[in-house]
Design a protein around this ligand. Structure first.
Ligand SMILES: NC(=O)c1ccc[n+]([C@@H]2O[C@H](COP(=O)([O-])OP(=O)(O)OC[C@H]3O[C@@H](n4cnc5c(N)ncnc54)[C@H](OP(=O)(O)O)[C@@H]3O)[C@@H](O)[C@H]2O)c1
Length: 300
């Protein structure tokens, strides 16, 4: 099996490559946008790294030649002056679809987000929905996997949790009562590779969430308990955080915006968890958190 992974230097991409490395039957091509990103990837047999701009459909198509599946991971939650939702979540997906067609690759896996909806009032969710629509209308066979917050040693969500437990006081938006369905990034990687192996005809949109709903505060308390730290908790009003984010993001041209705060503080809900359809045995949350804390201790 030959697969091409876009956005391969991101947290999901690096985890996926670690899973690929365990299967001698997979030849992977990782596409990244810069030398710096290429340097973040392991050098090993059966892994080719190509530096290609995400708006270069011809260049991507050359990297995709002979692939059985493309896994499109490029995408963002946090915008910057150079990376907007329109560019990173919509246009980059459209270009990946064009490249698949040019390279005659018939199967695409798209990692999307819970709540993705082209009609959403939230700009992030709307852009994820528009990316999904580009895939759904492409004529390609596709597996779209909508994910909640991802937890693994290198994910942004895990980094935020470890930052929160590393100080004496955890400052929680709105008291942290919103519910999350954290998914172990190892489970997502298994789901992606399973979809690449099966390459089902048609378009399949799945939600894949972790096995246990937990409030954000509950998550912080459990991780703090595992690290042996006792924390004080301070509630930050969501309206105040949004006002501050509106001002700073306007000045800096990106970062945390009211849109991001809405995404973070809305409870993650799942209509139907597709762990069985995707052939994944979900990792218990306690095990996922244990892995996070072990990685944090090793890095200290
Ligand atoms: N992590 C989560 O909790 C989570 C939750 C729900 C959905 N997702 C989605 O899952 C996918 C993978 O997430 P991740 O955690 O691996 O993200 P990540 O670590 O932030 O990596 C993002 C990747 O997207 C690339 N990228 C950024 N802007 C781009 C642009 N304008 N055009 C093309 N590529 C661009 C980055 O390349 P550079 O390094 O060159 O900038 C990087 O390779 C993303 O689509 C993300 O939105 C993630």
């Amino acid at each position: 099996m030959r697969i091409v992974i876009t956005g391969a230097n991101g947290s999901v991409g690096r985890n996926l490559l670690a899973h690929v490395a365990k299967d001698a039957g997979i030849h992977a091509v990782a596409t990244v946008r810069s030398e710096r990103a290429a340097a973040a990837l392991p050098a090993r047999p059966l892994l080719d790294v190509r530096i290609v701009s995400s708006d270069d459909a011809d260049g991507l198509a050359r990297a995709m030649a002979g692939a059985s599946s493309v896994v499109h991971l490029a995408g963002i939650l946090i915008e910057s002056r150079s990376a907007t939702y329109e560019r990173a979540n919509v246009a980059a997906t459209e270009t990946a679809v064009d490249a698949c067609r040019l390279a005659s690759v018939s199967h695409l896996v798209l990692v999307s987000a819970l709540g993705a909806d082209p009609e959403s009032a939230n700009r992030y969710r709307r852009s994820k929905g528009a990316g999904e629509r580009a895939v759904e209308q492409s004529g390609l066979d596709a597996t779209i996997i909508r994910t909640p917050i991802l937890l693994g040693p290198e994910t942004a969500g895990a980094a935020a949790i470890m930052r929160a437990v590393s100080g004496g006081t955890a400052r929680l938006l709105g008291g942290g009562g919103y519910l999350m369905r954290p998914l172990d990034v190892d489970d997502l990687s298994e789901a992606i590779l399973g979809a690449c192996r099966r390459r089902l005809p048609g378009v399949h949109v799945h939600e894949l969430a972790g096995p246990e709903p937990v409030s954000y505060r509950g998550l912080i308390e459990r991780v703090a308990g595992l690290t042996g730290r006792s924390l004080a908790y301070q509630s930050v009003p969501i309206w105040g955080a949004k006002l501050a984010a509106a001002i700073t993001s306007r000045l800096t041209g990106g970062g945390v915006t009211p849109t991001v705060i809405d995404v973070i503080t809305t409870s993650e809900t799942v209509q139907h968890n597709a762990d069985r359809e995707l052939g994944v045995s979900l990792t218990p949350l306690s095990e996922t958190l244990g892995k996070l804390v072990a990685a944090w201790r090793n890095a200290a």
